[in-house]
Ligand binder design. Sequence first.
Ligand code: NOJ
Ligand code: CA
Length: 704
Amino acid sequence: MKKLYLLLLIFTLQLSLYSETISSPSGKITLEFVLKNNGAPSYSLKFENDQIIKFSSLGLTLKNLPSLTDGFEIVKMEKAAFNESWEPVWGEVKSIRNHYNELCVTLRKSDQQNQTLVIRFRVFDDGAGFRYEFPDKGFLTYFTVTGEKTEFALTGNHTAFWIPGDYDTNEYFYHTTRLSEVDALRGNDIHEIGTKTVIAKNAVQTPLMLKSDNGYYINIFEAAVNDYTAMHLLIDQKTFVLTSQLVPDAQGDMAHLQTPCKTPWRTIIVSKNAEDILSSKMVLNLNEPCKFEDVSWIKPQKYVGIWWEMHVGKSSWNYGDTGNIKLKTMDWKALKPNGRHGATTANAKRFIDFAAAHGFDGVLIEGWNVGWEDWWGNQKEEVFDFVTPYPDFDVEYLSRYAKEKGVKIIMHHETSSSVTNYERRLPEAIDFMKKYGYNTVKTGYVGRIIPRGEFHDGQWMVNHYTRVAEKLGENKIMVNSHESVRLSGLHRTYPNWLAAEAARGNEFNAWSRGNPPDHETILPFTRLMGGPMDYTPGIFRIKMSEWFPDKKEQVHTTLAKQLALYVTMYSPLQMAADLPEVYEKHLDAFQFIKDVAVDWDDTKILDAEPGDYIAIARKAKGKDDWFLGAITDENERTMEFELSFLEAGKKYEAVIYRDSDDAHWQKNPVAYAIEKKTVDSGSKLRVKLAASGGAAIHFSMKNR
Ligand code: NOJ
Ligand code: CA
């Protein structure tokens, strides 16, 4: 007995020797680091007294080198506190507080040339982040990561809002199931996606949104993914331990690094309120400050474009009628026009006029350049050169015309994933943009990546997207990347990276089974945790049969919900995605899109539940106007809002764009009503949202 007692004592002493806790500034969240007996690092996380993450392993495996998972001893543990505020170039709020306590653990493998590994933990009031750092000491210089053993041991079979883990795409719709029920190979949407590399039945993507039975909202993600690869998660469906699954390169390795270096942050955001997840700024706070000194040229913007008409089949990207002829070289002059080309000088002019008349900043024009006759699916390296317009697109004239009208044309670089080709041609493409006054480019990566064997979200591509953002930034050009890796807060460092697609956008509603009614209530809790999405809201012609009678597809929302998305789906780049002729029939509702801001001083998450509903109010940057957006899933619901966010003592006119009483996303989606009311900060507003409906409200201050 005595012996056992002694043993226990030694054991606890040893444990306590190798453990350290650190709490968030308010003390609400506590992280404990423990170096186990075998020298394996681990951590756990608590919210007040509730366990959120049980003891979970940390570490990495390396190619032809000892693993960094165990056999460590502690060299030192250092604590620090940090509290500052910073102003983003654009954002949901004017000023962001970065307030955390840090624990930095330096570990050493004494039997292995004293190889050192640093694990840096930061604990905020809304969660924790940690990363691995590799100082320039020990056996590491050049090294290859073959896997990460980072675990997130959950306390139960939580509800998960998930999409399949995939190395190439995130354009899936979300499933809501228990962790034990995840089956990433099951989803029918898998068949709607051209280029995909699904990992395994139990693999899901990050950001992963979870809800526990005891009422916690937990979001697991990563921040500052740069010179590394994106992280997915493998679920142990019996123990509910999640393990990191990195995206490999063409050789099956995860990352090639050189010391000194570091991994991205692994992040856990946790709260008892879903609203706090949406207002968390932790991912941004864990990113590096802005790299550019002069940011005066970076501008949030609204745009229209020659775009949706191709997605609904009204016109084509390609100019030539090629039939089955596959073009081997870029000899596009031999082409005969197909008569359906969208990006003609006349059509571009029409869009420029429309943008100018309604106060839009930009006009996206896709299909302006040669190459679209045979652009995708054949792993061809030479497709687009990014500088040769089709013969019916007069770039010289249009750039002059747009300038006169005070509108910018947005460049489109579809790379068809021939990334080697794009990198080679980018300098010339940049010169072309500068010559013709383009200040924003939409890039795209449809198809399998060249260099062949690389994936969209692997280290090589991650570095490519950053390199492009950096190069464009040096030339004062903004970027919106489609099919790229999802943002992980990198837009703090490169604020010219206005948005990315990297999720299932509105376009899927034009040509697939579409986005289910709960889709937009989940995206802010998942994809948008890393940064803005170019979702392209604003579709007013909901049923595609109005374009072509035999088309069955439709947008899975009401018209009013399309308006609300400008507020609920934060982005400094917002498209009014439908066509001028459609908006001209609904100029009253279109007014909201014209008025809504794209840059904000303040944001209040009024009400939110992933998969069910979201209501957000935002104050326009430098103005007294507030905008409120509320959306619901397939269930109709009545929401009531206290308007305490309005300035006390002032009267506001509220213009309410809402679903009509008989609106329904499927049966009657275009039925909306517009009402005006005078309100103040003491008022309450009650709005009924139809099934997959929404409400959008513009508050403007009276007699300011
Ligand atoms: C897919 C993009 O998401 C879409 O916006 C674009 O129109 C097409 N690729 C063509 O580049
Ligand atoms: Ca896409």
